[in-house]
Ligand binder design. Structure first.
Ligand SMILES: Cc1cc2nc3c(=O)[nH]c(=O)nc-3n(C[C@H](O)[C@H](O)[C@H](O)COP(=O)(O)OP(=O)(O)OC[C@H]3O[C@@H](n4cnc5c(N)ncnc54)[C@H](O)[C@@H]3O)c2cc1C
Length: 380
Protein backbone atom coordinates (compact mmCIF):
# COMPACT_ATOMS: atom_id res chain seq x y z
CA UNK A 1 0.00 0.00 0.00
CA UNK A 2 1.17 3.50 -0.83
CA UNK A 3 2.05 5.80 2.06
CA UNK A 4 1.18 8.84 -0.03
CA UNK A 5 -1.61 11.04 1.22
CA UNK A 6 -5.27 10.48 0.52
CA UNK A 7 -7.66 13.31 -0.36
CA UNK A 8 -11.29 13.11 0.67
CA UNK A 9 -13.58 15.45 -1.27
CA UNK A 10 -16.73 16.37 0.66
CA UNK A 11 -17.10 17.09 4.36
CA UNK A 12 -20.63 15.84 4.99
CA UNK A 13 -21.12 12.79 7.17
CA UNK A 14 -19.77 10.38 4.53
CA UNK A 15 -16.54 12.23 3.76
CA UNK A 16 -16.00 13.14 7.42
CA UNK A 17 -16.31 9.48 8.38
CA UNK A 18 -13.89 8.37 5.66
CA UNK A 19 -11.34 10.98 6.72
CA UNK A 20 -11.66 10.02 10.38
CA UNK A 21 -11.21 6.30 9.74
CA UNK A 22 -8.15 6.95 7.58
CA UNK A 23 -6.53 9.02 10.32
CA UNK A 24 -7.29 6.24 12.80
CA UNK A 25 -5.14 4.05 10.58
CA UNK A 26 -2.40 6.65 10.76
CA UNK A 27 -2.65 7.73 7.12
CA UNK A 28 -2.01 11.28 5.98
CA UNK A 29 -5.36 12.77 4.95
CA UNK A 30 -6.58 16.02 3.44
CA UNK A 31 -10.33 16.64 3.78
CA UNK A 32 -11.64 19.26 1.37
CA UNK A 33 -15.12 20.67 1.70
CA UNK A 34 -16.69 23.46 -0.36
CA UNK A 35 -19.27 24.14 2.37
CA UNK A 36 -22.02 24.41 -0.22
CA UNK A 37 -25.31 25.85 0.88
CA UNK A 38 -27.71 22.90 1.09
CA UNK A 39 -25.30 20.33 2.54
CA UNK A 40 -27.60 17.41 3.40
CA UNK A 41 -25.84 16.51 6.63
CA UNK A 42 -26.42 19.98 8.07
CA UNK A 43 -30.18 19.68 7.47
CA UNK A 44 -30.72 15.95 8.09
CA UNK A 45 -33.28 14.93 10.69
CA UNK A 46 -31.41 12.03 12.26
CA UNK A 47 -33.76 9.03 12.37
CA UNK A 48 -31.72 5.83 12.87
CA UNK A 49 -34.29 3.06 12.39
CA UNK A 50 -33.85 1.38 9.01
CA UNK A 51 -35.66 -1.76 10.16
CA UNK A 52 -38.85 0.28 10.54
CA UNK A 53 -38.69 1.57 6.97
CA UNK A 54 -41.06 0.59 4.18
CA UNK A 55 -38.64 1.33 1.33
CA UNK A 56 -38.94 -1.36 -1.39
CA UNK A 57 -35.17 -1.85 -1.75
CA UNK A 58 -34.07 -5.38 -0.72
CA UNK A 59 -30.33 -4.56 -0.89
CA UNK A 60 -30.83 -1.68 1.54
CA UNK A 61 -31.69 -3.79 4.59
CA UNK A 62 -28.65 -6.07 5.07
CA UNK A 63 -26.33 -3.12 4.49
CA UNK A 64 -28.34 -0.92 6.86
CA UNK A 65 -28.18 -3.64 9.51
CA UNK A 66 -24.38 -3.58 9.37
CA UNK A 67 -24.33 0.23 9.35
CA UNK A 68 -26.50 0.50 12.44
CA UNK A 69 -24.52 -2.20 14.23
CA UNK A 70 -21.33 -0.20 13.60
CA UNK A 71 -22.69 2.94 15.25
CA UNK A 72 -21.88 2.17 18.92
CA UNK A 73 -18.24 1.36 18.13
CA UNK A 74 -17.88 4.58 16.14
CA UNK A 75 -19.40 6.61 18.97
CA UNK A 76 -17.10 4.95 21.52
CA UNK A 77 -14.10 5.71 19.35
CA UNK A 78 -15.16 9.36 19.08
CA UNK A 79 -15.51 9.52 22.86
CA UNK A 80 -11.94 8.18 23.16
CA UNK A 81 -10.91 11.04 20.89
CA UNK A 82 -12.66 13.55 23.14
CA UNK A 83 -15.72 14.01 20.89
CA UNK A 84 -18.79 12.93 22.84
CA UNK A 85 -21.45 15.30 21.48
CA UNK A 86 -23.31 13.74 18.57
CA UNK A 87 -26.89 13.89 19.79
CA UNK A 88 -27.08 10.09 19.41
CA UNK A 89 -29.61 8.52 21.74
CA UNK A 90 -31.78 5.42 21.79
CA UNK A 91 -35.19 7.04 22.29
CA UNK A 92 -37.50 4.57 20.53
CA UNK A 93 -39.98 5.22 17.77
CA UNK A 94 -43.75 5.23 17.53
CA UNK A 95 -44.96 4.00 14.14
CA UNK A 96 -48.35 5.66 14.13
CA UNK A 97 -51.62 4.63 12.47
CA UNK A 98 -53.72 7.77 12.32
CA UNK A 99 -56.97 6.33 10.91
CA UNK A 100 -58.87 3.06 10.53
CA UNK A 101 -57.32 2.24 7.14
CA UNK A 102 -53.81 2.53 8.60
CA UNK A 103 -54.90 0.69 11.73
CA UNK A 104 -55.90 -2.22 9.50
CA UNK A 105 -52.31 -2.45 8.21
CA UNK A 106 -50.60 -2.23 11.60
CA UNK A 107 -50.52 -5.96 12.49
CA UNK A 108 -48.95 -6.93 9.14
CA UNK A 109 -46.45 -4.06 9.49
CA UNK A 110 -45.49 -5.27 12.96
CA UNK A 111 -45.09 -8.80 11.55
CA UNK A 112 -42.77 -7.42 8.82
CA UNK A 113 -40.62 -5.58 11.39
CA UNK A 114 -40.49 -8.72 13.57
CA UNK A 115 -39.34 -10.81 10.61
CA UNK A 116 -36.58 -8.30 9.97
CA UNK A 117 -35.58 -8.49 13.61
CA UNK A 118 -35.44 -12.28 13.45
CA UNK A 119 -33.26 -11.93 10.33
CA UNK A 120 -30.75 -9.91 12.37
CA UNK A 121 -31.84 -6.29 11.93
CA UNK A 122 -30.67 -4.42 15.05
CA UNK A 123 -32.16 -1.42 16.87
CA UNK A 124 -35.76 -2.61 16.80
CA UNK A 125 -36.16 -4.34 20.18
CA UNK A 126 -39.29 -6.00 21.60
CA UNK A 127 -42.04 -4.28 19.62
CA UNK A 128 -45.68 -4.01 20.62
CA UNK A 129 -48.86 -2.23 19.61
CA UNK A 130 -49.87 0.65 21.88
CA UNK A 131 -53.22 2.34 22.38
CA UNK A 132 -53.60 6.03 21.61
CA UNK A 133 -53.43 6.87 25.34
CA UNK A 134 -50.22 4.88 25.89
CA UNK A 135 -48.62 6.51 22.85
CA UNK A 136 -49.65 9.96 24.06
CA UNK A 137 -48.01 9.34 27.42
CA UNK A 138 -44.72 8.95 25.56
CA UNK A 139 -45.27 11.86 23.16
CA UNK A 140 -47.73 14.28 24.83
CA UNK A 141 -48.56 16.56 21.82
CA UNK A 142 -49.72 13.50 19.80
CA UNK A 143 -53.21 13.56 18.26
CA UNK A 144 -55.83 11.00 19.18
CA UNK A 145 -54.67 8.20 16.90
CA UNK A 146 -55.89 4.70 16.05
CA UNK A 147 -52.84 2.89 17.52
CA UNK A 148 -49.05 2.79 17.19
CA UNK A 149 -46.23 0.24 17.05
CA UNK A 150 -43.64 0.93 19.72
CA UNK A 151 -40.08 0.28 18.46
CA UNK A 152 -38.07 0.67 21.68
CA UNK A 153 -34.53 0.51 20.31
CA UNK A 154 -34.79 3.07 17.48
CA UNK A 155 -32.27 5.87 17.81
CA UNK A 156 -31.64 9.37 16.56
CA UNK A 157 -28.53 11.44 15.92
CA UNK A 158 -27.78 15.09 15.23
CA UNK A 159 -26.09 14.97 11.80
CA UNK A 160 -24.33 18.32 12.12
CA UNK A 161 -22.93 17.41 15.56
CA UNK A 162 -21.80 13.99 14.33
CA UNK A 163 -20.10 15.56 11.30
CA UNK A 164 -18.36 18.13 13.53
CA UNK A 165 -17.23 15.41 15.93
CA UNK A 166 -15.79 13.31 13.09
CA UNK A 167 -13.95 16.27 11.58
CA UNK A 168 -12.63 17.46 14.95
CA UNK A 169 -11.39 13.95 15.78
CA UNK A 170 -9.79 13.58 12.35
CA UNK A 171 -8.06 16.93 12.79
CA UNK A 172 -6.71 15.85 16.21
CA UNK A 173 -5.32 12.76 14.52
CA UNK A 174 -3.51 14.86 11.95
CA UNK A 175 -5.94 15.40 9.06
CA UNK A 176 -5.57 18.67 7.20
CA UNK A 177 -8.92 20.36 6.60
CA UNK A 178 -9.38 22.73 3.67
CA UNK A 179 -12.49 24.74 2.91
CA UNK A 180 -12.75 25.15 -0.84
CA UNK A 181 -13.82 23.37 -4.02
CA UNK A 182 -11.63 20.54 -5.27
CA UNK A 183 -11.31 18.78 -8.60
CA UNK A 184 -9.65 15.42 -9.03
CA UNK A 185 -6.84 15.15 -11.59
CA UNK A 186 -6.37 11.98 -13.63
CA UNK A 187 -3.26 11.14 -15.63
CA UNK A 188 -2.81 7.97 -17.67
CA UNK A 189 -5.92 6.38 -16.17
CA UNK A 190 -5.01 6.91 -12.53
CA UNK A 191 -5.55 9.57 -9.91
CA UNK A 192 -2.55 11.87 -9.84
CA UNK A 193 -3.74 14.61 -7.52
CA UNK A 194 -6.44 17.07 -6.68
CA UNK A 195 -6.65 20.70 -7.65
CA UNK A 196 -7.56 22.84 -4.65
CA UNK A 197 -7.68 26.64 -5.07
CA UNK A 198 -5.31 26.47 -8.07
CA UNK A 199 -2.86 24.47 -5.99
CA UNK A 200 -2.13 20.92 -7.06
CA UNK A 201 -2.09 18.50 -4.14
CA UNK A 202 -0.43 15.22 -5.03
CA UNK A 203 -2.17 12.01 -4.05
CA UNK A 204 -2.81 8.61 -5.54
CA UNK A 205 -6.12 7.97 -3.80
CA UNK A 206 -9.17 10.20 -3.72
CA UNK A 207 -12.51 9.54 -2.00
CA UNK A 208 -15.41 11.21 -3.80
CA UNK A 209 -18.01 12.06 -1.16
CA UNK A 210 -19.49 15.18 -2.70
CA UNK A 211 -23.13 14.44 -1.83
CA UNK A 212 -25.61 15.94 -4.30
CA UNK A 213 -22.69 17.55 -6.15
CA UNK A 214 -20.98 14.22 -6.88
CA UNK A 215 -22.06 13.98 -10.52
CA UNK A 216 -19.67 16.85 -11.32
CA UNK A 217 -16.78 15.02 -9.64
CA UNK A 218 -17.55 11.90 -11.66
CA UNK A 219 -17.67 13.89 -14.85
CA UNK A 220 -14.21 15.35 -14.01
CA UNK A 221 -13.07 11.73 -13.97
CA UNK A 222 -14.89 10.84 -17.18
CA UNK A 223 -17.75 8.66 -15.95
CA UNK A 224 -21.45 9.19 -15.38
CA UNK A 225 -22.94 9.11 -11.92
CA UNK A 226 -26.73 9.51 -11.80
CA UNK A 227 -26.93 11.30 -8.47
CA UNK A 228 -29.20 14.33 -8.28
CA UNK A 229 -30.26 16.73 -5.53
CA UNK A 230 -33.56 16.02 -3.80
CA UNK A 231 -34.53 19.04 -1.72
CA UNK A 232 -35.78 18.58 1.81
CA UNK A 233 -37.37 21.37 3.84
CA UNK A 234 -37.51 20.70 7.57
CA UNK A 235 -38.80 22.65 10.59
CA UNK A 236 -37.14 23.20 13.98
CA UNK A 237 -39.46 24.08 16.86
CA UNK A 238 -38.99 24.58 20.58
CA UNK A 239 -41.41 24.07 23.44
CA UNK A 240 -40.55 26.26 26.40
CA UNK A 241 -40.32 24.63 29.81
CA UNK A 242 -40.73 21.04 28.60
CA UNK A 243 -37.93 18.47 28.60
CA UNK A 244 -38.23 16.68 25.25
CA UNK A 245 -34.88 14.90 25.40
CA UNK A 246 -36.37 11.40 25.84
CA UNK A 247 -39.41 11.71 23.61
CA UNK A 248 -39.60 9.02 20.91
CA UNK A 249 -39.48 9.55 17.16
CA UNK A 250 -42.88 9.71 15.45
CA UNK A 251 -43.27 8.17 12.02
CA UNK A 252 -45.76 6.16 10.06
CA UNK A 253 -46.88 5.01 6.64
CA UNK A 254 -45.94 8.29 4.94
CA UNK A 255 -42.49 9.90 4.60
CA UNK A 256 -42.96 12.55 7.29
CA UNK A 257 -41.68 12.23 10.85
CA UNK A 258 -41.14 14.14 14.06
CA UNK A 259 -38.03 13.89 16.27
CA UNK A 260 -37.27 15.35 19.65
CA UNK A 261 -33.87 16.41 20.96
CA UNK A 262 -32.90 17.89 24.30
CA UNK A 263 -33.53 20.17 26.00
CA UNK A 264 -36.74 21.22 24.22
CA UNK A 265 -36.23 20.98 20.44
CA UNK A 266 -38.58 19.31 17.99
CA UNK A 267 -37.61 18.59 14.39
CA UNK A 268 -40.43 17.98 11.89
CA UNK A 269 -40.06 17.09 8.29
CA UNK A 270 -39.42 16.78 5.62
CA UNK A 271 -40.30 17.41 2.00
CA UNK A 272 -38.85 15.03 -0.60
CA UNK A 273 -38.64 17.18 -3.73
CA UNK A 274 -37.20 15.00 -6.45
CA UNK A 275 -36.18 17.11 -9.44
CA UNK A 276 -35.64 20.24 -7.30
CA UNK A 277 -32.23 20.92 -8.80
CA UNK A 278 -29.76 22.91 -6.71
CA UNK A 279 -32.28 25.55 -5.62
CA UNK A 280 -31.72 25.97 -1.90
CA UNK A 281 -34.83 27.89 -0.98
CA UNK A 282 -37.99 27.53 1.06
CA UNK A 283 -41.21 27.23 -0.87
CA UNK A 284 -44.70 28.13 0.27
CA UNK A 285 -45.90 24.63 -0.59
CA UNK A 286 -42.97 22.96 1.15
CA UNK A 287 -43.43 24.85 4.42
CA UNK A 288 -47.19 24.27 4.25
CA UNK A 289 -46.84 20.52 3.74
CA UNK A 290 -44.35 20.13 6.61
CA UNK A 291 -46.38 22.22 9.05
CA UNK A 292 -49.77 20.78 8.14
CA UNK A 293 -48.51 17.20 8.50
CA UNK A 294 -46.80 17.77 11.85
CA UNK A 295 -49.86 19.52 13.25
CA UNK A 296 -52.15 16.77 11.94
CA UNK A 297 -50.15 14.11 13.79
CA UNK A 298 -49.13 16.21 16.79
CA UNK A 299 -51.63 19.09 17.19
CA UNK A 300 -50.23 19.80 20.65
CA UNK A 301 -47.26 21.41 18.88
CA UNK A 302 -49.45 24.25 17.54
CA UNK A 303 -48.17 26.63 20.22
CA UNK A 304 -44.51 25.61 19.89
CA UNK A 305 -42.10 28.30 18.70
CA UNK A 306 -41.03 27.94 15.06
CA UNK A 307 -37.29 28.61 15.37
CA UNK A 308 -35.95 27.78 11.98
CA UNK A 309 -36.58 26.04 8.65
CA UNK A 310 -33.57 24.19 7.18
CA UNK A 311 -33.06 23.12 3.60
CA UNK A 312 -30.86 20.24 2.51
CA UNK A 313 -30.13 18.60 -0.83
CA UNK A 314 -30.17 14.82 -0.45
CA UNK A 315 -27.84 13.03 -2.86
CA UNK A 316 -30.37 10.78 -4.55
CA UNK A 317 -29.28 7.96 -6.85
CA UNK A 318 -31.56 7.07 -9.74
CA UNK A 319 -32.44 3.65 -8.22
CA UNK A 320 -32.42 4.78 -4.58
CA UNK A 321 -29.31 2.82 -3.52
CA UNK A 322 -25.97 4.39 -2.61
CA UNK A 323 -22.92 4.32 -4.85
CA UNK A 324 -20.06 2.77 -2.93
CA UNK A 325 -16.99 1.27 -4.56
CA UNK A 326 -14.18 1.87 -6.99
CA UNK A 327 -14.74 4.34 -9.81
CA UNK A 328 -14.85 2.51 -13.14
CA UNK A 329 -11.78 2.72 -15.33
CA UNK A 330 -9.73 4.97 -13.03
CA UNK A 331 -7.22 3.65 -10.59
CA UNK A 332 -7.32 5.26 -7.18
CA UNK A 333 -10.79 6.85 -7.12
CA UNK A 334 -13.36 5.65 -4.60
CA UNK A 335 -17.00 6.71 -4.82
CA UNK A 336 -19.16 7.09 -1.68
CA UNK A 337 -22.40 8.93 -2.28
CA UNK A 338 -26.06 8.64 -3.26
CA UNK A 339 -27.40 7.86 0.21
CA UNK A 340 -30.61 9.81 -0.40
CA UNK A 341 -32.90 9.91 2.66
CA UNK A 342 -30.77 7.41 4.62
CA UNK A 343 -27.29 8.94 4.76
CA UNK A 344 -27.23 9.53 8.50
CA UNK A 345 -28.01 5.84 9.04
CA UNK A 346 -25.71 4.45 6.36
CA UNK A 347 -23.18 7.25 5.80
CA UNK A 348 -20.78 6.72 8.72
CA UNK A 349 -20.42 3.05 7.73
CA UNK A 350 -20.09 3.84 4.01
CA UNK A 351 -17.35 6.34 4.85
CA UNK A 352 -15.55 3.70 6.89
CA UNK A 353 -15.77 1.21 3.99
CA UNK A 354 -14.54 3.87 1.56
CA UNK A 355 -11.52 4.26 3.84
CA UNK A 356 -10.89 0.51 3.64
CA UNK A 357 -11.06 0.65 -0.17
CA UNK A 358 -8.68 3.62 -0.19
CA UNK A 359 -6.19 1.42 1.66
CA UNK A 360 -6.56 -1.25 -1.05
CA UNK A 361 -7.96 -3.68 1.49
CA UNK A 362 -10.90 -6.06 1.04
CA UNK A 363 -14.18 -4.88 2.50
CA UNK A 364 -16.19 -7.29 4.66
CA UNK A 365 -19.37 -6.62 2.66
CA UNK A 366 -20.66 -7.46 -0.81
CA UNK A 367 -20.72 -4.07 -2.51
CA UNK A 368 -22.13 -5.37 -5.82
CA UNK A 369 -25.56 -3.72 -5.35
CA UNK A 370 -23.79 -0.39 -4.84
CA UNK A 371 -21.31 -0.59 -7.71
CA UNK A 372 -21.05 2.38 -10.05
CA UNK A 373 -21.13 -0.09 -12.95
CA UNK A 374 -24.83 -0.77 -12.34
CA UNK A 375 -25.48 2.60 -14.00
CA UNK A 376 -25.40 0.88 -17.38
CA UNK A 377 -28.44 -1.10 -16.22
CA UNK A 378 -30.38 2.17 -15.73
CA UNK A 379 -29.92 2.98 -19.39
CA UNK A 380 -31.50 -0.26 -20.62
C1 LIG B 1 -34.28 17.34 5.38
C2 LIG B 1 -33.46 16.08 5.41
C3 LIG B 1 -33.76 15.11 6.37
C4 LIG B 1 -32.99 13.93 6.41
N1 LIG B 1 -33.25 13.02 7.40
C5 LIG B 1 -32.50 11.90 7.47
C6 LIG B 1 -32.74 10.96 8.50
O1 LIG B 1 -33.60 11.16 9.35
N2 LIG B 1 -31.97 9.82 8.53
C7 LIG B 1 -31.02 9.58 7.61
O2 LIG B 1 -30.37 8.54 7.66
N3 LIG B 1 -30.74 10.48 6.64
C8 LIG B 1 -31.47 11.63 6.54
N4 LIG B 1 -31.24 12.52 5.56
C9 LIG B 1 -30.25 12.19 4.52
C10 LIG B 1 -28.83 12.52 4.95
O3 LIG B 1 -28.81 13.77 5.57
C11 LIG B 1 -27.92 12.50 3.71
O4 LIG B 1 -28.08 11.30 2.96
C12 LIG B 1 -26.46 12.58 4.13
O5 LIG B 1 -26.27 13.65 5.03
C13 LIG B 1 -25.57 12.76 2.90
O6 LIG B 1 -24.25 12.98 3.33
P1 LIG B 1 -23.09 13.27 2.30
O7 LIG B 1 -21.85 13.41 3.08
O8 LIG B 1 -23.15 12.26 1.20
O9 LIG B 1 -23.50 14.63 1.58
P2 LIG B 1 -23.55 16.11 2.16
O10 LIG B 1 -23.86 16.13 3.60
O11 LIG B 1 -24.44 16.91 1.26
O12 LIG B 1 -22.05 16.62 2.01
C14 LIG B 1 -21.45 16.78 0.77
C15 LIG B 1 -20.39 17.85 0.90
O13 LIG B 1 -19.52 17.77 -0.23
C16 LIG B 1 -19.13 19.08 -0.56
N5 LIG B 1 -18.65 19.08 -1.95
C17 LIG B 1 -19.32 18.72 -3.07
N6 LIG B 1 -18.53 18.83 -4.15
C18 LIG B 1 -17.33 19.28 -3.71
C19 LIG B 1 -16.10 19.61 -4.34
N7 LIG B 1 -15.93 19.52 -5.66
N8 LIG B 1 -15.09 20.07 -3.58
C20 LIG B 1 -15.22 20.18 -2.23
N9 LIG B 1 -16.36 19.87 -1.59
C21 LIG B 1 -17.41 19.43 -2.30
C22 LIG B 1 -20.40 19.89 -0.37
O14 LIG B 1 -20.11 21.26 -0.22
C23 LIG B 1 -20.95 19.25 0.91
O15 LIG B 1 -20.50 19.95 2.05
C24 LIG B 1 -31.95 13.73 5.49
C25 LIG B 1 -31.63 14.73 4.56
C26 LIG B 1 -32.39 15.89 4.52
C27 LIG B 1 -32.02 16.95 3.52
Amino acid sequence: MSASQIVVIGGGVVGASAAYQLTRDGLPVVLVDANDEGQATAAGAGVIAPGASLRPLPAFYPFAAKAVRAYPELLASLVDDGEAHTGYEVVGKLFVATDDAEHGRLEETLALFNRRREDGMPNLGAMEILTSEAAQQRFPPLARIAAAISIPEAARVDGALLRDALIAAARKRGARIRQCRARPIVEAGRVAGVSIDDERVACDRVVLAGGAWSADLASDLGFTLPVAPQRGQIAHLTIEGVDTSRWPILGGFGDQYVLAFGPNRIVAGATRETGSGFEVRLTAGGVHSVMSEVLRVAPGLATATLREMRIGLRPLAADGLPFLGLAPGIEGAIVATGHGPSGLQLGPYSGALAAVLARDQPVPVDLTPFAVERVTAFAR
